[in-house]
Write a protein that binds this ligand. Structure first.
Ligand code: ZN
Length: 319
């Protein structure tokens, strides 16, 4: 180690919280890709205790949708567990030109689950002119607990809903034309000063995708990777998808992996029973990027479908 890199290392120990030192530390001290220190917002998200259902849902008075404001342009919504045990997470990302909503939850009814009204209110409040930006609705995949409220967004002004199926996604992003191949190639989306990259991720379902948000450094992995039971429909496709995602995102400044459910408890390797409507000791939603490598390594040990248990997730093949 040179004197210069020693000096840098000492500096790193002293001023770890500064962004500049974070970059230097990552580059010089580790000799690897820079590992950004969590932004204060991400630390808050890591420590955030989501509402997690109720021991008696008859007595539950909580709102149907919980809103976590990450920053002025980034929101995570969670459906109340007492309304639907899946309690999916929904992501709302705002650019200067338009907004992106990833998923629409597990309940169709606007009176029981007012997602459109909630999203519209957030968009209006986030806009200086109090007018909502055009909205694009995409899906992490087309399973019913992620598309149920699509109808609330149909035929609304300045709102485009890309249906939750592979054909619609491929058409919207131009797969099959201009040499863009599914699932090997990533695709781009610009929300206005906010670039999003789409990675096809078949395995949990054939239409599953991951999104990388340049602004936050989030890698949104849907049901393919989250703190819970990762149900795999197509084992080989899933293995290829995870290996490919790892390769394609390795050089990106990913700050967190965020999925669409929490089913693990704070105790390593222990999940809640399926259908739980009360999860008092939930694992945090954000996962470190390292978990993607852990998943990849575990999958490499299993040529054929089998249950794989790790501290942060459980891979569960479907036959
Ligand atoms: Zn799901």
């Amino acid at each position: 180690m040179s004197i210069f890199s020693k000096a840098i290392k000492n500096l790193c120990h002293r001023v770890r919280l500064l962004t500049l030192s974070t970059l230097l530390c990552g580059t010089f001290a580790n000799g690897q890709q820079p590992l950004p220190m969590p932004a204060p917002e991400l630390q808050k998200l890591q420590q955030y205790q989501w509402r997690h259902g109720a021991a008696d849902c008859q007595e539950d008075k909580a709102d149907p949708i919980e809103i976590f404001r990450y920053d002025a342009n980034t929101y995570i919504l969670r459906q109340n567990k007492c309304l639907h045990y899946e309690a999916p997470f929904i992501y709302l990302l705002l650019g200067t030109e338009k907004a992106l909503l990833l998923d629409t939850g597990a309940t169709a009814s606007a009176s029981r689950f007012p997602l459109f009204a909630t999203v519209t209110r957030i968009l209006e409040e986030a806009s200086a002119a109090n007018t909502a930006k055009p909205l694009l609705v995409l899906h992490s995949h087309g399973h019913s607990d992620h598309i149920a409220a699509d109808q609330q967004f149909q035929d609304k002004a300045h709102t485009q809903v890309v249906a939750g199926n592979m054909k619609a996604i491929q058409q919207h992003f131009g797969y099959g034309i201009d040499g863009l191949h599914w699932p090997e190639d990533s695709a781009q989306l610009d929300l206005g000063d906010r670039a999003i990259t789409l990675y096809p991720l078949p395995g949990h379902s054939d239409d599953a995708i991951a999104l990388f948000d340049e602004r936050t450094g989030w890698l949104l992995t849907g049901d393919s990777l989250y703190p819970g039971r990762l149900y795999v429909r197509d084992w080989q496709a899933y293995k290829h998808s995870i290996a490919r995602l790892l390769k394609q995102t390795r050089s990106l400044p990913v700050t967190a992996i965020l999925g669409t459910h929490i089913e693990m408890s704070k105790t390593a390797g222990v999940d809640y029973p399926m259908g739980s409507t009360y999860q008092p000791e939930e694992a945090p939603l954000p996962m470190n990027y390292q978990v993607l490598d852990t998943l990849h390594q575990l999958l490499q040990t299993a040529p054929d479908p089998r249950r794989l248990v790790s501290e942060q997730f459980i891979v569960q093949p479907l036959d």
